[in-house]
Ligand binder design. Sequence first.
Ligand SMILES: [Zn+2]
Ligand SMILES: [Zn+2]
Length: 336
Amino acid sequence: MRAMVLERPRTPLVPREHAAPAPAAGEILIEIAACGVCRTDLHVVDGELPNSKLPLVPGHEIVGRVAAMGAAVEGLAVSERVGVPWLGATCGICPYCRSGRENLCDRALFTGYTRDGGYATHAIADARYCFPLPERRDDAEIAPFLCAGLIGWRSYRMAGATASDGEDAGPRALGLYGFGAAAHILAQIATWQGRRIYAFTRVGDEAAQAFAKSLGAVWAGGSDEVPPEPLDAAIIFAPVGALVPMALKAVKKGGRVVCGGIHMSDIPRFPYRLLWEERQVLSVANLTRADALEFLALVPQAGVKTAVTRYPLAAANDALSDLRTGRLQGAAVLTP
Ligand SMILES: [Zn+2]
Ligand SMILES: [Zn+2]
């Protein structure tokens, strides 16, 4: 197998070749067809997240086919198409696992962070955390659902939205700060549910603002702008702590500001009056398998399409640097 490997944080990934491992009991070997490039990968490569496995194969938006199965794998078949998300395994016995919050598991393993991921031709995964993916859609186009889609969905739920779309089902006016891979998927679902999306981008990024409007946003502007109506809730996908007080300023009384990323620059000090009147600031960590099943069932109903920029596996460093500088629209995807 071939892989792009992080040997030390803050150094470029290097190509490596070795024999594909055999799956142990409960595991599958996947022949990878596509792997999305997520902002979290950047945080890992840049050393902003501590204690990653090293050397490490990054990547946690894997789409591929089952090439081999270890003993005791249930519910999957060889050559079936599967997706592998960020949540790679949980302990099943800690208080979080036992209370439906496996995303907070004390001993979780994360794909492309504490176990090897998908910047490769093959990967090993715990079969219980893989999802069968219906055929008919292009591998690269569905890869971003495995993290950008799922984390966006969990953030959306934390903002008060639900899978139904009645008047009482959460925010009507929803702000999205940072219009990258996650926001471009979520905007389509929220618009389909009849919500009004306000998209905030880097100041002066007219291409991203036009992109947001093309996906249904009723308004798009710079993150320093005040939206034309007060927001019921806002989700911050950009890793910029300064957006927290800005979003608090934009939400109504009782409104929520959800931080959707795994890492953020420091939040600047702000006056209590921005939080007053029962405004809330929340963070979203990881995903549960239940989130994934709910989201993946909704995607075809909402007719979500993804905008992807494809890179060959060997160009993983280019994909990361384009994501870092904001040079791409939608999601970057590696194909072996
Ligand atoms: Zn646990
Ligand atoms: Zn991710």
